[in-house]
Design a protein around this ligand. Structure first.
Ligand SMILES: CC(C)(COP(=O)(O)OP(=O)(O)OC[C@H]1O[C@@H](n2cnc3c(N)ncnc32)[C@H](O)[C@@H]1OP(=O)(O)O)[C@@H](O)C(=O)NCCC(=O)NCCS
Length: 166
């Protein structure tokens, strides 16, 4: 289990409705993480084996929001090998929980941790039509000098590249 002492997660026997807790992912979260990812990215979810291995390899880089009944969202962020650049690989909030500040909460916590680590730049890609995500990232200081890169993820899969200097 990955331990985040500042926001300990209560044992499952204590689960129930409560304000969402932000905590590190655990292996037991895999089914919920898959569900959240499918709900947020219905056309292009991560395959189970990828999420399973991401938990294994980058488990300290996946934060989840848990209301005691299940996961409401997650963020995955991974540092480049020299440690100065970090990428937001995925940010997701399930549809019926959006617009309540959960996405912002996940991102603010990620940026806080990366600043503490001395990361100098945060990068991400976003679908050019994802107004909510682009507005959220912009409000956090991300900008998009590079603009939209055509076919970034293959034919027709254009992405807006955004960066934030920390
Ligand atoms: C992007 C996403 C994570 C935002 O989560 P959320 O919990 O709804 O976001 P928040 O409630 O924290 O809103 C944060 C900011 O986003 C912007 N925003 C949120 N919803 C918006 C909408 N429908 N239209 C425009 N801007 C919006 C606002 O700037 C908002 O700040 P404000 O409330 O202070 O005005 C969520 O919409 C989602 O999971 N989308 C599908 C997956 C995705 O596109 N992920 C990002 C790319 S990897």
């Amino acid at each position: 289990m990955i331990d985040f002492p500042e926001e300990r997660f209560p044992s499952t026997s204590n689960r129930g409705d409560r304000p969402p807790t932000l905590r590190g992912v655990t292996e037991a979260d895999l089914p919920e993480l898959l569900r959240v990812d499918r709900e947020a990215f219905p056309e292009d979810p991560y395959p189970p084996f990828i999420l399973r291995q991401l938990i294994e390899i980058h488990g300290d880089r996946i934060l989840v929001l848990d209301d005691g009944n299940g996961l409401l969202g997650y963020v995955l962020f991974v540092n480049a090998s020299d440690g100065s650049v970090s990428w937001i690989m995925s940010l997701a909030v399930i549809p019926h929980q959006r617009g309540q500040g959960l996405g912002r909460r996940l991102m603010v916590e990620v940026l806080r941790r990366l600043r503490t680590e001395g990361v100098r730049q945060v990068r991400l890609t976003v679908e050019p039509t994802s107004a909510a995500a682009i507005t959220l990232y912009g409000s956090l200081g991300f900008s998009s000098e590079e603009g939209v890169v055509r076919d970034y993820f293959g034919p027709g899969e254009h992405r807006l590249l955004m960066t934030l200097a920390l």
